[in-house]
Design a protein around this ligand. Structure first.
Ligand SMILES: Nc1nc2c(ncn2[C@@H]2O[C@H](COP(=O)(O)OP(=O)(O)OP(=O)(O)O)[C@@H](O)[C@H]2O)c(=O)[nH]1
Length: 225
């Protein structure tokens, strides 16, 4: 009987063949920020076009993929939805930061500490050589909850300017913001298109212990340690 790991490896190998034949460029984008800021909901919104019915704290990492077309080129965006809680991410850190092409920093506009902690996330990225040389964007999430918003736009904009990143304020929850979430990730896709990498699809997955969880519109692999 085939094990879950065996099935995943076979599926990855198969997709590697397809990628090779189609010469589709694959980009790894990590999404990081404090626990509960909405990383899972944002990536889910982008990949599936909807807000998830329920979410739980991410353990390790969730992978979501979306194929997009940018100026006649088909690209595959591989989103790494990382765990915000320290205890769920510790052993994964080296995996997160390997072969990364772009970074999305997320904070919650209703939680000052998630904004203050961005310096920690940026510094961790810098330690792993993910500085201003690669596309990085800042996303303030939960804008639908205006009554509880505490991080002023101009403060966030100043911070983004100081770190040479564009700022986007949005909501994963608000259906009317769905196009905006899409536009945010497409901005990144355009930036990535003008860069050169062709990521080896299996390079940092072989050592991971994964269980598989397919959704209708995206390939979603969960990795738990
Ligand atoms: N009001 C509002 N709530 C949101 C939004 N996005 C996410 N949430 C809620 O915020 C909570 C956390 O969302 P997640 O996407 O699981 O957060 P996360 O950053 O992935 O958390 P970790 O996996 O622990 O790192 C959930 O209760 C979501 O329903 C949003 O845009 N607006």
């Amino acid at each position: 009987m085939q094990t879950v790991e065996g099935a995943i490896e076979a599926s990855i190998a198969q997709s590697a063949i397809i990628e090779k034949q189609g010469q589709k460029r694959i980009f790894k984008i990590i999404v990081i920020g404090d626990s509960n800021v909405g990383k899972t909901c944002l990536t889910f919104r982008f990949c599936s076009g909807k807000f998830p019915d329920k979410t739980e704290a991410t353990i390790g990492v969730d992978f979501r993929e979306k194929v997009v077309k940018v100026e006649n080129e088909t690209l595959k965006l591989q989103l790494w939805d990382t765990a915000g809680q320290e205890r769920f991410r510790k052993s994964m850190i080296p995996h997160y930061y390997r072969n990364v092409h772009a970074v999305v920093f997320v904070y919650d506009v209703t939680k000052t500490s998630s904004f203050d902690n961005l310096t920690h996330w940026i510094s961790e990225c810098n330690q792993h050589k993910l500085g201003e040389g690669i596309p990085r964007i800042l996303v303030g999430n939960k804008c639908d909850d205006q009554r509880n918003a505490v991080v002023p736009t101009n403060t966030a904009q100043r911070f983004a300017d100081n770190h040479n990143m564009p700022l986007f304020e949005t909501s994963a929850k608000d259906d009317s913001e769905s196009d905006h979430v899409e536009a945010i990730f497409m901005t990144l896709a355009h930036k990535l298109r003008s860069s050169r990498p062709m990521m080896p699809p299996t390079s940092n997955r072989n050592s991971l212990n994964m269980s598989r969880n397919n959704s209708q519109s995206d390939q979603n692999l969960r990795c738990c340690f």
